[in-house]
Ligand binder design. Structure first.
Ligand SMILES: [Fe+2]
Length: 380
């Protein structure tokens, strides 16, 4: 086996664990915290909740909340300005992947300077970042665990993948009780995103025994708990989805992703689409494209989806993909690219943008522009 690495944050997991956020900040030396979130979380009362906990601990704090889904480069720049002007020394983010990715971008600019596009790609962050504590409010993005940060470059219309070990936060506080307040659409989109992270990291070129076990566990937990979490808002099932998302985050942070996420990023850069809802469209076509390069592993995924039996890996690989398509079809989400794009004309640009995305490097089968275009055509 080649030399491998496995970096994760300190994880504080459990119902009600959010109350520990102030003590965690104190432990990291905080005098004045920058709290990052977005308008949706403000309306839902979560920003007030965190600020109350900080005040109880007599921690000063300032707030930055101008963050969209698919956070923009100018939002990261403005947040870094607030960090510097208020003399903050620790960053806390509460939210889905967007506020957390924005917080990571803010941390980079606050400590390394320049513009966020300077850090696009892998290992370009040189100086240490301020301490970071993240509280994920969805079970999906894995951004509270990962060394990835995705920020939209507005002018170039692309989502930049920034990958650096220093983007792993100091502490991730995962409180499944927050999921009880989330919409059906968000739970679906988040769980599917976590599922895509698990599948892509499992077959990644740089998957290791430390990541493979997390990927498989995440796939299994999502399949088992998706329905009860959605239908009955069962807190035990929601908690299992949180564990799955965390496991998938540990896996993809260290093993990378693949062509599915490369294409999801180029789609998200050109069209403002909820990230998790891109995967039901792309993932089956990506899995079919990759299957010849990793048949055994695709067979293992298929076995988890359809159940064990005496068949070949090829059989389970294909049966898993077909079953997954039927599963997505029951969710009432878009299933084809033609459902979300005006016509075929952006497909070539999508493939061209995706070929250079950092996620494409770890895809198990070499995916050039032609290959990626083929995936888009199959998903059309
Ligand atoms: Fe994702």
């Amino acid at each position: 086996m080649n030399v491998t690495k496995f970096a994760i944050p300190e994880i504080i997991f459990g119902r009600g664990s959010m109350v520990h956020v102030a003590q965690c900040a104190r432990r990291l030396g905080a005098k004045r915290v920058l709290l990052v979130s977005d308008a949706g979380l403000e309306r839902a009362g979560w920003v007030d909740k965190v600020s109350e906990i900080l005040e109880k601990e007599r921690l000063e704090w300032s707030y930055y909340g101008d963050v969209n889904s698919n956070p923009r480069d100018h939002q990261v720049r403005a947040g870094a300005l607030v960090y510097r002007e208020t003399g903050a020394d620790v960053i806390i983010a509460i939210g889905g992947g967007s506020p957390i990715d924005a917080a990571k971008g803010i941390a980079i600019l606050a400590s390394n300077g320049g513009v966020i596009a300077d850090y696009e790609g892998a290992n370009r962050v040189e100086r240490p970042l301020p301490p970071m504590i993240f509280l994920p409010t969805t079970a999906g993005s894995g951004s509270d665990i990962s060394q990835f940060c995705i920020v939209t470059d507005v002018e170039r219309q692309i989502k930049m993948s920034i990958i650096s070990r220093s983007l792993v936060p100091n502490i991730s506080i995962i409180d499944p009780l927050i999921l009880l307040t989330k919409s059906q659409e968000l739970i679906i989109a988040s769980a599917i995103d976590a599922f895509a992270h698990a599948v892509e990291s499992y077959v990644s070129r740089i998957a290791s025994p430390f990541t493979e076990i997390q990927s498989l566990r995440a796939i299994e937990l999502i399949i088992r708990n998706f329905k009860p979490a959605l239908d009955a808002r069962d807190i035990d099932a929601l908690e299992q989805l949180s564990i799955a998302s965390t496991a998938a985050g540990m896996a993809f942070s260290n093993a990378g992703l693949g062509a599915g996420h490369a294409l999801a990023h180029s789609l998200g850069g050109m069209f403002d689409i909820l990230h998790g809802l891109v995967h039901p469209i792309l993932l089956p076509a990506v899995m079919r494209f990759n299957a010849p390069a990793c048949t055994e592993k695709m067979g293992n995924i298929g076995r988890l989806i359809v159940g064990d039996g005496h068949h070949s890996a090829e059989y389970f690989a294909q049966a898993g993909i077909e079953n997954l398509k039927a599963f997505f079809a029951n969710l009432g989400v878009p299933l084809r690219l033609r459902d979300i794009l005006p016509d075929r004309s952006p497909l070539e640009q999508l493939a061209r943008a995706a070929v250079g995305d950092a996620c494409n490097v770890t895809n198990p089968r070499r995916a050039d522009v032609e290959g990626l275009l083929g995936i888009c055509e199959e998903a059309w």
